[in-house]
Design a protein around this ligand. Structure first.
Ligand code: DGL
Length: 262
């Protein structure tokens, strides 16, 4: 098989990265894809950096052994903990996520930027370094949302469940002006409309929502182009889905992927 027709590997702790896969496939429909959700070990966001590194190394190893031409770490938590190590370990391009704080600072309305991400992401050096580089400490409110990934994995993306969660987790905001929301975890894209309606309700505004998946998809395209790795054959490529949880009904990933339309 020529290097160009090899698949692109996508990885997340569960179904969150399917939002990134869908976004990438809209941009690059001719590519072949392999998706691996490590749902046996989810959530990653409440584990230590060392544990996340080990799990990410295993997950990327699974994709590498399948012969992928590039790996997309479709998980902010795994990116924060392990992207540098993955780039040192694998001799293929490794593309990753970044919470969309910069576009949110530029595109916000009046008020601070609210970043929702996993507890691990908001406490790791990579994220703290991003806020530092943007010199945005006083304009960004970072909230580690323990338990939210589990809700979304269980399919509770409806307003009732998400509003009940956020009303507890964000009670401390107490009327502060919020000018933009960043979804800093790829799972949260599946609850975007419920998250937005909650923020709109408490701020009485139409609050813009930012998400890193479009930037990651464009970066994947740029990297494949610059390394002459784009698939040359015409026609739509395939997607294969894998999960680490024994007995998991893999058609659920396919359904979640197909139903994601934002
Ligand atoms: N989708 C992952 C992220 O973007 C969630 C990690 C988790 O399993 O907690 O951070």
């Amino acid at each position: 098989m020529s290097a160009n027709s090899k698949p692109i590997g996508f990885f997340d702790s569960g179904l969150g990265g399917l939002s990134v896969l869908k976004t990438a496939r809209r941009l690059l429909p001719g590519e072949n894809y392999i998706y691996f959700g490590d749902n046996l070990n989810a959530p990653y966001g409440e584990k230590t950096e060392e544990e996340i590194k080990k799990l990410t190394l295993n997950a990327c190893g699974f994709l590498y052994d399948k012969g992928v031409k590039a790996i997309v770490i479709a998980c902010n938590t795994a990116t924060s903990a392990a992207v540098i190590m993955m780039r040192e370990t694998y001799n293929i391009p490794v593309i990753s996520m970044e919470p969309a704080v910069k576009p949110a600072l530029q595109g916000r309305r009046e008020g601070n930027v609210l970043v929702l991400a996993t507890p691990a992401t908001v406490s790791q050096a990579r994220y703290l370094g991003l806020i530092e580089r943007l010199n945005a400490h006083s304009e960004v409110i970072s909230v580690g949302c323990g338990g939210l990934v589990e809700l979304i994995e269980e399919g509770h993306t409806d307003e009732e469940s998400i509003h009940a969660y956020l009303s507890k987790r964000l009670a401390f905001l107490d009327g502060q002006a919020i000018g933009a929301v960043v979804l800093g975890c790829t799972h949260y894209s599946f609850a975007e409309s419920a998250i937005k309606s909650y923020i709109d309700k408490i701020t009485h505004t139409d609050c813009p929502v930012f998400d890193g998946r479009h930037g990651t998809a464009r970066q994947l395209q740029r990297v494949l182009e610059s390394q002459n790795l784009l698939r040359e054959d015409s026609g739509e490529g395939y997607i294969q889905f894998y999960a680490s949880l024994p007995g998991y009904d893999i058609s659920r990933f396919e359904k979640v992927y197909n139903d994601f339309n934002t």
